[in-house]
Design a protein around this ligand. Structure first.
Ligand SMILES: [Fe+2]
Length: 304
């Protein structure tokens, strides 16, 4: 595969056909989708319907298969999806902005190197749980700082928003699509000019995976309609469209696979490549909200 990545160019769209988030042409996208579909082991966990596909599924580690099997019946309810849309929608004149849009705005203010997405801890607390108090869904005194390293996280990806390229280090995990649509680009290492191993699109019920040795470095992007403007650093969409994914990450001592090097051994922090500088950094895996609080907010959201 030819290496045609360019350095990111700040908040402006890049020239030609090469755009954020993947910096590839249409032709390269077609080839990377093909490469993703033929990858060994398979990038997506599924029930084989051909001998070839069986061979691609065969080398997916048993620990991953266990996580995927336990997640396979998970779905968001239609009312949960609809309530999330309400909270992601752009502010209407004279009406209070939704909780999720408010968190996106706060996160963009803290880091506009890539369009923000939301992490919801299924265990522990979130950094922005206190905002639920302002929306009348939580006692004002009940706002401890968010935890890091929840093993089970719901991620909410507004249309056209994306993560930086990042590595999950030595963890073993799954990315299970719950709503909308998500594109995942997988890289061979954590560098701005890393070789792209393949591009896949996840729809609800589909499950991607990663381990220390395989597919640990990726970028996630929601390709749905974001409304006005072209995505890139500093972008904020103008629709309520979104994708949602359920993530599980096990530390090495939880999968009985342990080795020594300078990588992250824990889901408490992951390494990434900064979108503007191209340099490495670590981000602590703070959660923005806790699921218990978000679910209460969603349940109290009028849908008409
Ligand atoms: Fe990730």
């Amino acid at each position: 595969m030819s290496m045609t990545d360019t350095q990111p160019s700040g908040g402006t769209p890049e020239s030609g056909e090469v755009k954020h988030p993947f910096h590839i042409t249409k032709e390269e996208e077609r080839k990377l989708r093909l490469k993703g579909a033929e990858a060994v082991p398979s990038l997506v966990i599924g029930q084989a319907t051909s001998f070839d596909e069986y061979a691609r599924q065969l080398m997916i580690p048993p620990a991953v298969m266990d996580l995927a099997r336990k997640a396979e019946d998970l779905r968001l309810s239609a009312w949960e999806v609809e309530a999330m849309r309400k909270h992601l929608a752009p502010a209407q004149p004279g009406r209070k902005v939704g909780l999720l849009r408010q968190i996106l705005q706060e996160k963009k203010g803290n880091d506009d190197s890539h369009p923000p997405y939301i992490r919801v801890a299924c265990t522990g607390r979130g950094d922005y749980d206190y905002l639920a108090a302002e929306h009348g869904h939580l006692h004002p005194d009940d706002h401890p700082k968010g935890d890091i390293g929840s093993p089970v996280v719901l991620e909410i990806w507004p249309a056209q928003h994306y993560s930086p390229i990042h590595s999950h280090g030595h963890t073993t995990g799954i990315v299970f699509c719950l709503a909308g649509q998500l594109d995942v680009m997988v890289y061979d290492r954590l560098e701005w000019d890393a070789t792209k191993l393949g591009l896949l699109t996840l729809t609800p019920g589909q499950c991607a995976w990663l381990s220390k040795d395989t597919y640990a470095v990726h970028r996630v992007y929601c390709p749905l309609d974001g409304g006005d403007g072209i995505t890139g650093p500093g972008y904020m969409n103008s629709t309520a469209e979104f994708g949602a994914s359920f993530h599980v990450y096990l530390n090495p001592d939880e999968t009985a696979v342990e080795r020594e090097d300078d990588e992250s051994y824990s889901r408490d922090r992951f390494k990434y490549v900064h979108e503007i500088t191209g340099k490495h950094g670590f981000f602590e895996t703070h959660s923005d909200l806790s699921w218990g609080i978000l679910r209460r907010v969603l349940a109290n959201t009028p849908l008409t």
